[in-house]
Design a protein around this ligand. Structure first.
Ligand SMILES: [Mg+2]
Length: 261
């Protein structure tokens, strides 16, 4: 019997960068109430976890007591947040940020790589948006920025070819970092080992569970994908194409036929 259900976020729980559906929210609440520890782990920042997951759960009726089983592994698990039921607020348990020098080196490498290849498309950004974002524990390249439409993002690099070229060149320019393809237009740069292995290792420590206790859901489980390190660790993994696959599997876990309502 699994104790922990851990999820990649973009494309696993939601349509990339958008809030989870009511259906996924209801299923996650069902899992929280069935006493599973629910552990989303993603390259995104804390505020995006609130917007895309937590706010949706609250809107669908999740109570503070439900949230005590929700564990947020932010920036690939280099930051961990837990809900304090008494204070009714999120507490940061740990954080492992990059140094300013590391951030600068990564930024230069990715920008140069993208520029050389003709994939630095600043003219396509919306006002106030940026291509490279410092997420404290990682630096993220988003080809069209954070605010681009989902449709444009999907169309930009559906076969990962552009990002594979950028990664190859950035690795030549700054080989001391790891570069992972994630989401629809993103590359996450991290210090080696600060990938989902780091997050899952800390998850096991913090929740006092073993690999066998965890079931992980992800859409990028192929070699080079940002969920692949979890597979390599030997954690049981379900590969999904979209959040609909995840919903299907969660229905099975909760023994639900048809809709929750
Ligand atoms: Mg994903």
């Amino acid at each position: 019997m699994k104790k922990v259900l851990s999820f990649d976020v973009d494309q696993t729980l939601n349509v990339a960068k958008t809030p989870i559906t009511d259906d996924i929210a209801d299923l996650l609440i069902g899992c929280l109430r069935a006493d599973f520890a629910i552990c989303p782990i993603s390259g995104q920042k804390f505020d995006q976890f609130l917007i895309q997951i937590v706010d949706c759960l609250t809107r669908r009726g999740a109570k503070p007591e439900d949230l005590k089983n929700l564990h947020l592994f932010v920036a690939q698990g280099t930051q961990y947040y837990r809900y304090d039921v008494a204070k009714k607020d999120w507490q940061q348990v740990y954080s492992y940020p990059l140094t300013d020098e590391q951030v600068e080196k990564i930024t230069d490498a990715i920008r140069s790589a993208a520029e050389e290849l003709g994939y630095w498309e600043e003219d396509k950004l919306q006002p106030g948006d940026e291509i490279i974002e410092n997420r404290l524990s990682q630096v993220t390249f988003s080809a069209l920025g954070q605010k681009a439409g989902t449709k444009e993002k999907y169309a930009w690099d559906p076969d990962h070819k552009k990002r594979e070229q950028i990664v190859k060149r950035a690795k030549e320019l700054a080989p001391e970092f790891d570069y992972e393809i994630g989401g629809t237009t993103s590359i996450n740069a991290i210090t080696p080992g600060m990938n989902k292995v780091f997050g899952m290792t800390h998850l096991m420590e913090e929740l006092n569970v073993k690999k066998e206790d965890i079931l992980y859901f992800g859409d990028m489980t192929q070699p080079g994908g940002n969920d692949y390190p979890v597979v390599q660790m030997g954690i049981d993994t379900i590969t999904v194409r979209t959040h609909e696959d995840t919903a299907f599997a969660l229905r099975g876990i909760l023994g639900i036929t048809g809709n929750l309502a």
